[in-house]
Design a protein around this ligand. Structure first.
Ligand code: PAF
Length: 309
């Protein structure tokens, strides 16, 4: 962490052992710890999770760790925004105190971490049945990487409560299952998606967008809005809603043509209990979600309709 300016109120640990010593004292003082896992490049969405953790617990800890295990070899691990100074400055600006663990890859993955899953060695966590569909179709090993790193961090941080954003709804469902099935002793909180004033869901990857792409980045949000509006006013037939939203995206694609490339990855209306697609009328609420490439940036978003996780 050479050259890092640590603002008042911010405590940074680079080693798991030192962090654990700090955490142990909180336990001895009979106080509670709320935890926000992040990959850094903090935005208002992350800060809202820190706020929620502060409201619920005596102390808050974040981890900032760009987790190699959740990136496929063709993805953006190398270029993912790493903005540690700005991140801790933002924390200091918004909160009196925050503790941040910024571990090294070699300490988090003592057996090493090969980009190619078939060559990996060591312990990994998989949540079957919830990881292969939706995001998992395009990113088949993504949730294995997420579940693995979150389980490592839950073992290290041992928080009373952990905070995730609903924007990554499938991640929330995978982690909820993992916590339940592996008996992690932690309460999971899912906080609302924080959006820009025009509706775009906050994401660290939004920084990749050029100004033209930013204009078209609303295409997914607008497609989801269209499905929700039709569900509320016209029809609850899921394939009809998907058809209308797909057509909307194709129309926007044509309008954008030379200015900006838009590619639909998927649109889904799924049941929150098993993430299976609804094939007829939506009866017990649903998750409307999707992913769209705007230029090379892959954007995701979702609405929970008449359901709570
Ligand atoms: O949502 C994220 O930023 C990451 O997937 C997480 C939960 C920090 C794990 O690396």
């Amino acid at each position: 962490m050479n050259g890092l300016r640590i603002p008042p109120g911010i405590r940074i640990f680079n080693s798991i052992k030192d962090f654990r010593q700090w955490r142990r004292q909180i336990l001895l003082d009979r106080q509670t710890l709320g935890y926000v896992p992040t990959m850094g490049a903090l935005h208002r969405g992350h800060l809202s999770l820190v706020s929620a953790a502060k409201d619920a617990c005596d102390h808050v800890a974040l981890t900032i760790f760009v987790n190699p295990a959740q990136f496929a070899p063709n993805e953006d691990l190398g270029t993912y925004p790493r903005t540690l100074q700005a991140d801790i400055d933002a924390l200091a600006q918004h909160f009196d105190h925050a503790t941040v663990l910024v571990p090294q890859v070699k300490e988090m993955y003592p057996s090493g971490i090969e980009p190619d899953v078939s060559k990996q060695v060591g312990a990994f966590v998989e949540v079957k049945g919830f990881s292969h569909q939706l995001e998992g179709t395009t990113r088949p090993h993504f949730f294995r990487g997420v579940a693995t790193v979150v389980s490592k961090f839950l073992n290290i941080v041992e928080p009373e409560e952990v905070f995730f954003g609903q924007k990554d709804v499938q991640q929330c469902i995978v982690i909820q299952r993992m916590i339940r099935d592996m008996h992690f002793n932690v309460k999971m909180n899912i906080c609302p998606t924080v959006r820009e004033s025009d509706g775009l869901a906050m994401s660290s990857r939004n920084t990749y967008l050029t100004s033209i792409q930013r204009k078209y980045a609303l295409v997914l949000y607008n497609a989801l809005e269209l499905m929700k509006e039709m569900y509320e006013n016209t029809t609850k037939h899921a394939p009809t809603l998907i058809g209308a939203a797909t057509e909307f995206i194709h129309k926007t694609q044509q309008e954008a043509q030379t200015e900006c490339e838009i590619k639909l990855d998927y649109l889904s209306i799924a049941s929150p209990s098993n993430l299976c697609e609804v094939t007829g009328d939506i009866k017990d609420g649903c998750i409307m979600s999707g992913a769209v490439y705007v230029g090379k940036t892959r954007l995701i978003d979702n609405f929970m309709v008449d359901v709570k996780l």
